[in-house]
Design a protein around this ligand. Structure first.
Ligand code: DNO
Length: 387
């Protein structure tokens, strides 16, 4: 039975939730990145050491790096991608030298996680993050106005997208743009609409098999470095776990995960098991995925979602929703890892006092405190019942 390390995402010194706050929440590990370093630049040893010392001074441990992003050059195999891969290798060397051993990254084209609403009202008075393909199609068809978009949506979605668009005033439009292209933390998306369209266009002609090859090229170069440095790489699945904007997304389903892990069969090439991302596709059987890929799971995000169909979902409370969290917990506890597995409560609602505060969407103090408390209790009860 592996130890499950309770961790918490921290966005660094500017995060309104401080390290002492996190200590009070009962987490012992920190999940963070050097967010001030532009995507693609090398993480220098001094910078990594400085952040590590700051975390340790607060009596916590830097458990996981989330994320060290791939540049769009690397993903599209164009521009100075070789130089970018060398910089990634150098960052890995430096991360290993400082002694950090788990790294989460993703291979979503153009954008990191995506939502259309950041403050959808939830029935208990809190607010939650939401994704609605009808709203997303509205953005694509009527705001981006990409000529390729028309072929991507069903007649039903196209119709709803138009109705949504007709009802939007200027503020509503700006909000939708902000939510999709610039709203979420940890993504470094500060696109103008033109830059966004140009970024999407770089993927023209790149289907999923071709995209997988680009990523395999990257993995062939970086996993050996990670392994030498003792760093477990853990890919984060696509969020949401289905195609958007016609871009090639290759880590959305259980089969995708199998194919992805097979690109480099080595324990240092592993998975961030994110129940919220994978769980938004009702066809993904999460307990079964733990059975299949458990030995490659190096990091866990526990979160729940409620989907009405596979393209509309709202983030639910951690123990409610599509994901059978008890079964997930039971399977995780039963893994035969010798190393401990860090997990974090991934997102939480905006609730209580946080409704009056500014903060990173999804990364509130109180909502995540509730999530962690519930998950901690679930873990304790599950372990005790297993004897
Ligand atoms: C959302 C997060 C993602 C994740 C990255 C990992 O809350 O889970 O932003 O950090 O996709 O690379």
């Amino acid at each position: 039975m592996p130890h499950l390390e309770q961790t918490w995402r921290w966005y660094g010194p500017t995060d309104p939730v401080s390290l002492p706050d996190i200590k009070q929440a009962g987490a012992t590990g920190i999940v963070t990145a050097l967010h001030h370093i532009p995507v693609g630049d090398v993480w220098e040893i001094g910078e990594i050491e400085k952040r590590k010392a700051q975390i340790e001074k607060a009596g916590l441990r830097w458990s996981v790096i989330e994320s060290l992003p791939l540049t769009e050059n690397i993903k599209t195999h164009s521009g100075p991608y070789e130089a970018d891969i060398e910089k990634y290798q150098q960052s890995l060397e430096n991360i290993g030298t400082v002694g950090l051993d788990t790294l989460c990254y993703n291979v979503m084209p153009v954008m990191d996680w995506t939502r259309t609403q950041l403050d959808a009202s939830f029935e208990d008075g809190s607010t939650a993050l939401k994704f609605d393909m009808n709203e997303f199609a509205c953005f694509d068809l009527h705001i981006l106005k990409r000529p390729e978009a028309a072929a991507l949506y069903t007649p039903g979605i196209t119709k709803k997208a138009k109705e949504i668009y007709d009802a939007l005033d200027d503020n509503g439009q700006q909000l939708l743009i902000q939510n999709i292209v610039a709203g979420l933390p940890g993504t470094d998306q500060h696109f103008t609409l033109d830059a966004f369209i140009a970024a999407v266009d770089r993927y023209k002609g790149l289907d999923k098999p071709a995209y997988r090859k680009n990523i395999q090229y990257f993995l062939d170069k970086v996993i050996p470095v990670a392994k030498k440095q003792g760093i477990k790489m853990a890919v984060h699945p696509d969020d949401p776990p289905f195609d958007i904007l016609g871009l090639p997304r290759i880590v959305s389903t259980a089969d995708d995960v199998g194919k992805y892990l097979a690109l480099y069969p080595d324990p240092f090439h592993g998975l961030t098991f994110c129940t919220g991302s994978l769980g938004a596709n009702l066809e993904n059987d999460l307990p079964q995925m733990i059975d299949r890929y458990g030995d490659r799971i190096h990091f866990v995000h526990l979160r729940n979602v409620r989907s009405s169909d596979r393209q509309v979902f709202v983030e639910d409370n951690h123990l409610q929703g599509n994901v059978d969290m008890y079964e997930v917990m039971r399977k995780l506890i039963a893994l035969d890892h010798t190393a401990s597995i860090p997990f974090r409560p991934d997102h939480g609602h905006r609730m209580l006092d946080d409704l009056n505060k500014k903060g990173n969407p999804g990364y509130t103090a109180i909502g995540r405190l509730r999530g962690l408390a519930e998950l901690r209790g679930l873990e304790l009860g599950t372990r005790r019942s297993l004897g």
